[in-house]
Design a protein around this ligand. Structure first.
Ligand code: N01
Length: 543
């Protein structure tokens, strides 16, 4: 096994891969069980997604009071958020604080990528190898590798010849980047592009936005968080958290109980108006059938298109910015600050690369089928090999040396998004088949990690050495993930949820769209029934 060093392995009970929200909480919970734990992290510090996404304008679009850990009452009471939506630097400060406060940092080896993980069936242990030539042997392997962490730089012809600088939003350098006076391109108009465009536009001499697919975006209306509002929320923190966990997305939106056509036209418009004025992704919950009825969805989409038409002064630019190729919400809804308004600036141009595709990057800029653009910097906001990409970058081999990559050739297969048949004692946090990316991911992470830690605790108490998902249970779960997706409009969009942004990636709906609340219930039942759908094997001496 070439990836593994011949030196004798370091031995631990559990190895955690990744030190973002998921990895940090995994370390906290597994150490609390009395296990020896270690962690590998590619970045030079903690934070995961929030370590790498330092691009101008990076901000979370779940409100800060909710996008945070709930596991420590002291932490949630003492940490002070300054804005309605936290900026990337603030979230990174928070995660640094968490790592220090709970003394997690010394468990982590930074600047080190895991390259391979292989299950040794005889020893009932995972061997994990890194690009630093280290290897570790562990009974449990926790993949806290992130659902949106495998950044995707499109293979653009000529990029190597470019004389300026180029960046990917998800691999932003640590030092400040100043675009003042520059001619800059942003390629991509998903959440990252839509956040960075208004900020870069204020610096650049000229900004070209290369758009392939227009996206729906709702204003954030970000603002400072008044201390009294924060105090009021904190006074009821536990209750708010419990309520959030019992919703479909783990976020305290106003979930309407009415369908869009249960009310007359004027009332429907007034509701959209009210939600637009409130800001954020709450908009798509204005009616309870927006994700399931094409007609209701059309009403919401039309409302957003009408807002774009009224904000953007140039009618041709407004028309080009209006999404028409997918139902609203079926590609991740964006939340912005002044995105559409930015196209009213004299120094901003929209380039429709669906109509005039990019042919090549040149030494001095970029050429489309129609024009040449002189550029000093290019920002790729081109997204991720989502949900499965970070796992695919590790050579993961289970029983019999079988590769996860091969097992997942036609699409990922998991039981509950947490475990895979043939890969004993390996757990995935926010894996395919889990609700993760459709939810407040911190809530999902706390649930996944909590479930895994409880499972390992159960095993320790009962002298169980090995747990493995049963193939039948896995098949049933994959079928369930597809069934619930097919009841919605989600599969109609060529989105990263469907794997559609990566050439050659199988088109399957990756997350579980049945709702976090239902998912939690199912996971709890599985545990309560002695880990239904899993095979458990006693330790040899306890058998
Ligand atoms: O990536 P994306 P993202 N030429 O895949 C375009 C989370 N997130 O980094 O749609 C030209 O959504 C591509 O075009 P198309 C959130 O879950 C959250 O923006 O494939 N264009 C698309 O416009 C989000 O959904 C937050 O036609 C090319 C864009 O690049 C997820 O991360 C902030 C191209 C990619 O959009 C990913 O968002 C940021 C090419 N060759 C991210 N290749 C917040 O919480 C791709 N594109 C606020």
């Amino acid at each position: 096994m070439g990836a593994f060093s011949s030196r004798s392995d370091r031995q631990v009970d559990a190895v955690v891969i990744g030190a973002g929200f998921a990895g940090l909480y995994s370390l906290y919970r597994l150490r609390a069980l009395g296990l020896s734990v270690c962690c590998y992290e590619g970045g030079s510090s903690v934070g995961g997604t929030w370590y790498w996404n330092r691009y101008p304008g990076a901000r979370c679009d779940v409100e800060s009071m909710q996008y945070s850990f709930s596991f420590s009452e002291e932490l949630q009471q003492e940490w002070h958020w300054t804005e309605r939506y936290a900026s990337q630097p603030e979230i990174l400060r928070y995660l640094d604080h968490v790592a220090d406060r709970f003394d997690l940092r010394r468990l982590i080896t930074f600047g080190t990528h895991v390259t391979a993980a292989a299950y040794d069936e005889a020893a009932e242990r995972w061997r994990v190898a890194t690009d630093a030539g280290e290897s570790v042997s562990a009974r449990f392997c926790i993949m806290a590798t992130g659902a949106l962490s495998a950044a995707r730089k499109p293979d653009m012809a000529g990029l190597d010849s470019f004389k300026g600088r180029w960046f990917h939003t998800g691999r932003w350098p640590k030092e400040e980047v100043d675009f003042t006076g520059q001619r800059v391109a942003v390629i991509g108009t998903g959440s990252s592009g839509i956040q960075t465009v208004p900020v870069v536009a204020r610096q650049a001499a000229h900004l070209y936005v290369f758009q392939r697919t227009p996206n729906f975006s709702i204003p954030a209306w970000n603002e400072p968080l008044p201390p009294e509002r924060q105090a009021a929320f904190k006074a009821e923190y536990a209750a708010h958290r419990a309520r959030a966990r019992d919703t479909r997305s783990g976020i305290l939106y106003e979930y309407s109980q009415r369908g869009a056509f249960d009310v007359p036209h004027e009332e429907r418009q007034a509701e959209f108006e009210r939600r637009w004025a409130r800001g954020g992704a709450n908009f798509t919950h204005a009616f309870n059938d927006i994700f399931t009825s094409a007609e209701s969805n059309h009403e919401a989409a039309e409302y957003v298109r009408s807002r774009i038409r009224s904000i953007v002064r140039d009618p041709a630019t407004a028309a080009a910015l209006m999404p028409t190729d997918h139902p609203i919400g079926t590609k991740r809804i964006c939340v912005d600050t002044d995105y559409f308004e930015t196209f009213n600036r004299d120094n901003v141009s929209l380039v429709d690369v669906r109509r005039t595709p990019i042919e090549t990057v040149t030494p001095d800029g970029l050429r489309t089928t129609e024009a040449e653009f002189a550029l000093d910097s290019i920002i790729f906001a081109t997204g991720y090999d989502a949900v499965t990409g970070a796992l695919a970058r590790i050579d993961i081999r289970g029983r019999g040396g079988d590769a996860l990559k091969e097992k997942w050739e036609a699409g990922p297969r998991t039981y509950l998004g947490l475990a895979v048949a043939g890969f004993p004692n390996l757990f995935i946090v926010t894996g395919p088949g889990s609700p993760s990316v459709l939810t407040n991911v911190v809530v999902a992470i706390e649930q996944h990690v909590g479930w895994v830690a409880d499972c390992i605790g159960f095993m320790e108490k009962r002298g169980i050495a090995v747990i493995e998902a049963d193939e039948d249970a896995e098949n049933d779960w994959v079928a369930e993930v597809n069934t619930v997706a097919d009841r919605t409009l989600f599969p109609r969009a060529a989105s990263w949820y469907m794997g559609a942004n990566i050439p050659g990636k199988p088109r399957v709906f990756l997350p579980y769209v049945g709702g976090l609340h239902n998912y939690v219930r199912i996971c709890d039942e599985v545990a309560a029934e002695g880990y239904r759908g899993f095979r458990l094997r006693q330790r040899a001496h306890a058998a």
